[in-house]
Design a protein around this ligand. Structure first.
Ligand SMILES: NC(=O)c1ccc[n+]([C@@H]2O[C@H](COP(=O)([O-])OP(=O)(O)OC[C@H]3O[C@@H](n4cnc5c(N)ncnc54)[C@H](OP(=O)(O)O)[C@@H]3O)[C@@H](O)[C@H]2O)c1
Length: 245
């Protein structure tokens, strides 16, 4: 096999990334396209779609879609046809960072929008995924690292990781996996405004790798899981060692 072929592992493959217009999802879109895949990137807002278009140009099909829209998902999958690798990195819900007791039931439930979005992608998308293909979702370090004010993230992340293992068993031979990022430099922290650098430095100083992660570092794990035919039902942590700190 030539060096070119080794670098183009996804040549001829169809890859769909829901939540592929920003952050980790967009980095995954770029990485998969660089390996030769035909990529479909989806998100809700025109703002993110336009920003993504400016980066990927016409190499990637950009589709406006809410992951909670059953008909929209069905129409997308029908248009794509057979999917080799189906990814969702969509946030899909609204997280509240507060002590559990101080969260309203509505706030706690709203965080589970992420799980329901992933569940829809799996339920509607599974029959379109090639038997030698894969489905990959994104959880987060709080799934197994418990800190104050993070109960919503922890519960949703844990549920996503368990759903992935259930799906890996039921959908085999399709492989189903999850990537668990730590603190990654995406739009998720934009609400911190001018304080972002200082606050992120404080959040990451106790980690083994004492800096914020880059979306590309997480995307490489997502692409690894697409490419490795022996990986299923597993979680790949890309978190700067947060679980050990
Ligand atoms: N960044 C971190 O530190 C971190 C840590 C742990 C876990 N994660 C997880 O990593 C995943 C990616 O997050 P990110 O940091 O890359 O965030 P991001 O930069 O905000 O990207 C989120 C993407 O999801 C899309 N999206 C959100 N809700 C959607 C919906 N209902 N339907 C379709 N698309 C939707 C967004 O586009 P629109 O808003 O335009 O729809 C965007 O393309 C999320 O599951 C997040 O929980 C991130």
């Amino acid at each position: 096999m030539s060096t070119d072929q080794q670098q183009q592992n996804l040549t001829g493959k169809q890859v769909v990334v829901i939540g592929g217009t920003s952050g980790i999802g967009l980095a995954t879109v770029i990485a998969a396209a660089a390996q030769g895949a035909k990529v479909w990137a989806c998100g809700r807002s025109a703002e993110h779609l336009d920003k993504a278009r400016a980066v990927v140009g016409d190499r990637v099909e950009l589709v406006q879609l809410d992951t909670h829209d059953d008909d929209g998902l069905r129409a997308l999958f029908e248009k794509v046809g057979q999917i080799d690798h189906l990814v969702s990195a969509a946030t899909g819900g609204t997280r509240t960072l507060k002590p559990f007791i101080e969260q309203t039931e509505e706030q706690f439930q709203a965080a589970f929008g992420k799980l329901w979005g992933y569940a829809k992608v799996a339920r509607i998308g599974a029959s379109y995924v090639a038997k030698d293909g894969s489905i990959t979702f994104v959880s987060g370090a709080p799934a197994r690292r418990f800190k104050p004010n993070m109960s919503a993230l922890s519960c949703v992340g844990g549920a996503v990781e368990n759903m992935v293992r259930c799906l890996a068993v039921e959908l085999s031979p399709v492989r189903v996996n999850v990537v668990s990022p730590g603190i990654i430099d995406t739009a998720l922290f934009d609400w911190m405004g001018n304080e972002k650098n200082e606050r992120v430095a404080a959040m990451t100083q106790g980690q083994l790798v004492k800096r914020i992660g880059r979306p590309e570092e997480v995307a490489s794990a997502l692409v690894y899981l697409m490419n490795n035919p022996y990986a299923t039902g597993t979680t790949v942590d890309v978190d700067g060692g947060q679980l050990l700190s």
